[in-house]
Design a protein around this ligand. Structure first.
Ligand code: DOR
Ligand code: ZN
Ligand code: ZN
Length: 429
């Protein structure tokens, strides 16, 4: 007898309905007819996606929990249809020592409603070997905060430790950023100046540098939040030349251009900044891009009330990306195949997450149910995140996640969050 049988599930727009049999948190069977189960749930022909994986979130725990914590961040994840998150290391302390990594693991095990992995930071290089043993999703390097010498040393050490360890890059060149920020600060404090304070050149230079290092060390790298056409094309060319490199885009870089800095001021401030129409990536580039990571980067309203130079960069995105994509799907611009590739399959493959990303027998029963017909207007007051702002406020969407299951357990139904204990995805079974 199964624990749970989901009946009347559609795995894609035009496919026949199926029944998903779930036992011990795994998908045991995918059949035409229902099987006997303790609980049977009729999904009435709704679409079921593999649980979404967000490879780029900042949950601010420990040290910055006034902005977000693992509980509120993971509730936001579940509300947005995500069943797994990979969390970034720029907390206090930074996740760049074995002690800090273990401390954060403990916090996440206690507070996360969804499954999780952790990216490691790169601080003192002597810690890398020990941190690598704890199986970080990647080592994350902020190229705007490191000089070339130390960047080389970091690549060399991570590469030496081996184990096919991935490096994630925030690709903005520090020298460019400092130079143009100084220039733009002299122009005043119009929010649109921020886009030019960290111009496309800053990203493109860093991407070229990252690609050179990947080649030199034969190192696997992942570019976070790629924001310009030119960098995306460079990365795509390198993939064709067989470099081990992957790319990510955020919801804000995909849908918004720099005019949103005038409309939303500091609420649209993010690094890298939003780009003008000539440089911006859009839905036509999705076929070149490997994953969507939300870069969910919450801050408080008080912090965002500072001027454009002093307010912290970052926008929360984990609760809005799926409705935005389902809206594109309803408009006939993308398919479920694309959504699954960018938010389920590729994140699982690139970050080596076992048993996730696919609806197949033997996989974790991480599932996201969507109602394609439900319409809504994006309103940050509805967010489960502690940060209740978004430059997407007022966007009309059609298509919303209505249920999220993590290993067969409901963690969200119709916007309500249900308690659950998330699991570290990189542990041996
Ligand atoms: O906009 C950003 N916010 N970019 C980053 O690289 C960091 C992030 C944050 O942690 O707030
Ligand atoms: Zn970044
Ligand atoms: Zn980030």
């Amino acid at each position: 007898m199964l624990d749970l049988c989901l009946v009347n599930c559609k795995l894609d727009t035009d496919s026949e309905t199926v029944c998903l049999g779930i036992e011990n948190g795994k998908i045991l069977s995918i059949k035409k007819l229902p099987s006997k189960a303790d609980t049977t749930l009729d999904l009435q022909g709704k679409i079921v996606l593999p649980g979404l994986i967000d490879a780029h979130v900042h949950f601010r725990d420990p040290g910055l929990t006034f902005k977000e914590d693992f509980n509120t961040g993971s509730a936001a994840a579940a509300a947005g249809g995500f069943t797994t998150v990979l969390e970034m290391p720029n907390t206090i302390p930074a996740t760049d020592t074995p002690e800090a990594f273990n401390e954060k693991l403990k916090i996440a095990r206690r507070k996360s409603l969804v499954d999780f992995g952790l990216h490691a930071g790169v601080g003192d290089l002597s810690h890398i070997e020990e941190v690598a043993k704890l199986r970080p999703a990647s080592f994350k390097i902020f190229m705007d905060l490191i000089d070339h010498d130390n960047l080389m040393k970091a690549f060399s050490e991570i590469n030496r430790v081996g184990g096919d360890q991935l490096i994630s890059l925030h690709a903005e060149d520090g020298n460019n950023v400092r130079h143009f920020t100084k220039l733009m600060k002299n122009e005043g404090s119009d929010p649109e100046l921020y886009a030019q304070a960290r111009p496309p050149k800053a990203e493109i230079d860093a991407v070229m540098n990252g690609l050179l290092l990947a080649r030199k060390f034969q190192q696997k790298i992942h570019f976070c939040h790629v924001s310009t056409k030119k960098s995306m094309e460079l990365i795509f060319q390198s993939q064709k030349a067989h470099l081990k490199v992957t790319s990510e885009i955020t919801p804000h870089h995909l849908f918004l251009d720099s005019s949103y800095l005038s409309k939303f001021g500091t609420l649209a401030k993010t690094n890298p900044p939003l780009r003008d129409k000539d440089n911006q990536l859009d839905v036509n580039y999705l076929s070149m891009i490997d994953i969507i990571g939300t870069d969910h980067a919450p801050h408080t309203m008080e912090e965002k009330e500072e001027n454009i130079w002093d307010a912290p960069p970052g926008v929360p995105g984990i609760e809005i990306i799926l409705p935005l994509l389902l809206t594109l799907l309803n408009e006939g611009k993308i398919s479920f195949k694309t959504i699954r590739r960018l938010l389920c399959e590729n994140p699982a493959k690139i970050f080596n997450i076992p048993y996730k990303g696919f609806i197949k027998e033997g996989m974790d029963a991480d599932l996201t149910v969507v109602d394609l017909k439900r319409e809504a207007v994006i309103d940050p007051d509805d967010f489960k995140s502690k940060s209740r702002y978004t430059p997407f406020e007022g966007f009309q969407v059609k298509g919303i996640p209505t249920m999220t299951l993590v290993r067969g357990r409901k963690v969200m139904e119709d916007g309500e969050i249900i308690e659950n204990k998330g699991k570290y995805v990189y542990m041996p079974e």
